[in-house]
Design a protein around this ligand. Sequence first.
Ligand SMILES: [Zn+2]
Length: 85
Amino acid sequence: MTTSRPAMHLSPRCGARARAGTHCRAPAVRAKRRCRLHGGAEGSGAQPGNKNAFKHGFYSAQTEAERRRLRALMKAWRKAAVEMG
Ligand SMILES: [Zn+2]
């Protein structure tokens, strides 16, 4: 069983907040973000890729990437303006 240990330790962790103020470090259920005690149980949760909670897309990966890009651009502009005095 020693060969399977590294893979086990690399698997994504649950991360749910525990009562002690720490985080749950149990391995997350496959294809989910939480362990089986914290909402990752088989048959619970939404189908992968469902859009039921999608409202406007402000926090979607695409718009966040766009915001990041714009922020970097603004930063570069500000830096250039400062350097011009
Ligand atoms: Zn957990």
